[in-house]
Design a protein around this ligand. Sequence first.
Ligand SMILES: C[S@@+](CC[C@H](N)C(=O)[O-])C[C@H]1O[C@@H](n2cnc3c(N)ncnc32)[C@H](O)[C@@H]1O
Length: 371
Amino acid sequence: MPSVDELALRFRQFSGTTSSRAPLYSRLSRSIADDRHLVELLTVAPEQQQLPVLLFAAVHHVLLANPDDELALHYPNFAGTAHDDFAGTAHDHFAGTAHDADPFGAFTRFVAAHADEVRSLVATRSTQTNEVGRCAQFLVPMALLHAERGQLAMLDVGTSAGLNLLLPHFAYGYEPGGDVGGPSTVHLHCSTRGGPPIPVAMPLLAASIGLDREPVDVHDDESVRWLEACVWPDQADRFARLVAAIALAREVGVDVRTGDAITDLAALVHEAATHGHPVVTNSWVLSYFTTEQRVRYVDALDALGREADLSWIIAESPAQTPGLPVPASADEQSTVLTLVRWRHSRRTVQRLATTHPHGFWLHWEGSAVLG
Ligand SMILES: C[S@@+](CC[C@H](N)C(=O)[O-])C[C@H]1O[C@@H](n2cnc3c(N)ncnc32)[C@H](O)[C@@H]1O
């Protein structure tokens, strides 16, 4: 187990690496590192979870249920959001923003007042994400496949809350490139380079199925709040679109199944194929697998692709996913968008783009198809 001094160092390092993209957490981390009582809160977590982001997610989770607390004045995501729980509360107070004041006093008072709840969350939860911005990456190859194959059926493996199954329900703005879809309560903006083939219309998805070993139930308020709490408050745009996507999922419904990526894959690909050409999607999931699991997963897809035509869209970091058929150097850190096709039992691989991990930009490469 790491010592309290080692944990304090993690906060100090976290502060250093996040100063530009997460100023609030960076500032808080710097002060937490010098506060033994706060650092010690992390010791109740399982060893591999003892990370600053877990403590921050736990505090954020409790704050989302207590939006009138003074601490909310320091959290940028509490401003300008339509979240039912706190619209009209923290939002109104935010007008007199405490944004520039030191947030640490409010943070320590809040944690002291909710210490049991924070400790219990730290002991039992791990961070979770579902990033709808990744649909701006999926949409481009989906449209290529629609042009090639007609009606499609999506199987999103490692789907979390299944929010990316809502791909056809979102409004997209590519810059340059133009708008696709909508109107929608969820707007995804994506800067482009290299002239990706932006679709003129939404591809037809006849079915969208999600698979996850521990899915987040969008109808469960507690689970949803945890998903929201794991978004960094400085990333207010991500937070707002997550809240909007959850509301949309509650309204239109998402078909999410509980199961394992490898053992339950074949049955769901077969089911998807009864609706249209099956397209398996993966975004930031395969980095959670061991290399041996990734090889088994690719073998399972190869077996299915030999049986019947199949497509697979991958958005993962090659450095974190050795064993995938992605043309990339082994240490490439960026998210690479790859399209794998099995046609008449033959597999081809096409590297399409590098992308922002949350879909804010896409640099099109559209390279040659590799056998
Ligand atoms: C970081 S989340 C990504 C969620 C989503 N794909 C996205 O882009 O927002 C990774 C998800 O993969 C799921 N997962 C990890 N290993 C899995 C496995 N073997 N089978 C099914 N789901 C798995 C986790 O439960 C988690 O919900």
